[in-house]
Design a protein around this ligand. Structure first.
Ligand code: ADP
Length: 370
């Protein structure tokens, strides 16, 4: 190991020992060269105990929140930062092992370290205990889920009784009564949909700490969405094709990603009256990212509206759009979820011919040893 590098570490250690975040520095083989005071507090291991060891040698042992180990080389965040020689762009929340065997939720940032001449000399991880913040988010999620139940139950009861009245189960109704009841019924359905979307937003607007970060099987997730949406497309007599590459995986929040893709696929079906909707997912080795494309032959989106459709409540001002119903919240949520996963959405559209949404997400193709 470069003596200069060790000297530099000893200089910066005074600074790193003052800060409240855990910091450790490794050589390119992930052997620990420095471990600050906060790292000692968060993990229970002293610097003497860890120096020279690899971070995966039963120390730290990061897992995703579902408990899957991330120490195999392709998944290890530190290995990734060192081997791709770049820093993390999004905060990553993982569990780390405490000396007493418990697991601490930590938010980590990582980067490769280079010498002044540009040579790769190691990696650095900065981590902070976020257990309390996550507990707060979980409390908030529990609140939203009980609020959602409290609001939905009376609404669905009202819907049931209105339906009975309309069906004449409580006695015959005249034409005017039927007209009024039908209006109430439709408005009530609208209200139920708005409440649903507002509650979704309340949940999706959560801070970074409310995001689950687990290694998930994207192929399985997309296949299950393709399955349920193909039935919906069939109802509208649209062709639905899917072509999803096997073994696609990424680190993320299953429920939120599922909601994000459902919004895009659901829109493709909703805004298409004839022709087809297709779903495709491929891995690009060159960019380490997965491209998920949803293409439709529907009404299209005018050029002037393309940026705005990702804003909250924005809907294209067009009779074909108005006739469909909707709140303009779906793509707002989708965009937030995708960017929170370090991804982006691209959009191409020809009014009257169709629209193609492509979502790019950092991901990987699982190999045998994982
Ligand atoms: P909603 O569908 O509830 O109105 P979204 O946020 O999902 O809200 O979409 C915003 C707007 O973007 C829609 O109102 C519609 O004008 C337009 N849009 C989204 N997807 C498509 C699509 N596949 N084809 C045509 N227009 C679309």
């Amino acid at each position: 190991m470069d003596a200069m590098f060790r000297k530099e570490i000893s200089h910066v250690s005074i600074v790193f020992n003052q800060i409240k975040d855990g910091v450790y520095i490794t050589d390119p083989d992930r052997r620990i060269l420095f471990w600050n005071k906060a790292a000692e507090e968060i993990t229970g291991y002293s610097q003497e105990e860890v120096l020279g060891k690899k971070c995966a040698d039963n120390l730290l042992v990061h897992t995703d929140l579902a408990g899957n180990k991330l120490c195999s080389t392709d998944l290890c965040p530190l290995h990734k930062a060192i081997s791709y020689e770049k820093a993390t762009t999004e905060p990553l929340i993982v569990k780390a092992l405490h000396k007493n065997g418990s697991r601490v939720m930590v938010e980590v940032s990582l980067a490769a370290l280079h010498s002044a001449s540009g040579e790769l000399i190691g990696g650095i991880e900065i981590f902070r205990d976020v257990s309390e913040k996550i507990e707060l988010e979980e409390q908030k999620a529990r609140f939203f889920s009980s609020l959602s139940h409290e609001l939905k139950t009376p609404l669905s009861n009202m819907q049931g009784y209105l339906k009975l009245l309309l069906d004449g189960d409580a006695g015959e109704i005249n034409d005017l009564q039927e007209e009024f009841l039908t209006t109430i019924y439709k408005e009530e359905q609208k209200l139920a949909r708005y409440i649903e979307e507002l509650l979704d937003m309340g949940q999706f607007e959560g801070t970074d700490y409310s995001y689950q970060q687990n290694m998930l099987d994207l192929t399985a997730l997309l296949e299950s969405l393709a399955n349920s949406f193909s039935a919906e497309a069939l109802n509208k007599e649209l062709d639905f094709n899917s072509n999803i590459e096997p073994d696609l995986a990424l680190f993320g929040d299953r429920e939120r990603l599922s909601q994000a893709f459902s919004n895009i696929i659901g829109n493709a079906i909703k805004y298409t009256e004839q022709g087809s909707v297709s779903l495709k997912a491929v891995f690009s080795e060159a960019d380490d990212e997965i491209g998920i494309t949803v293409q439709d032959s529907g009404i299209g989106i005018p050029e002037k509206d393309r940026k705005s459709i990702f804003e909250m409540f924005y809907r294209v001002d067009d009779k074909d759009v108005r006739s469909k119903g909707g709140t303009g919240v779906g793509l707002y949520i989708t965009e937030r979820v995708i960017s929170r996963h370090g991804g982006r959405i691209e959009l191409e559209s020809i009014p009257g011919e169709g629209t193609t949404f492509t979502v790019y997400l950092p991901g990987l193709k699982k190999t045998q040893e994982q």
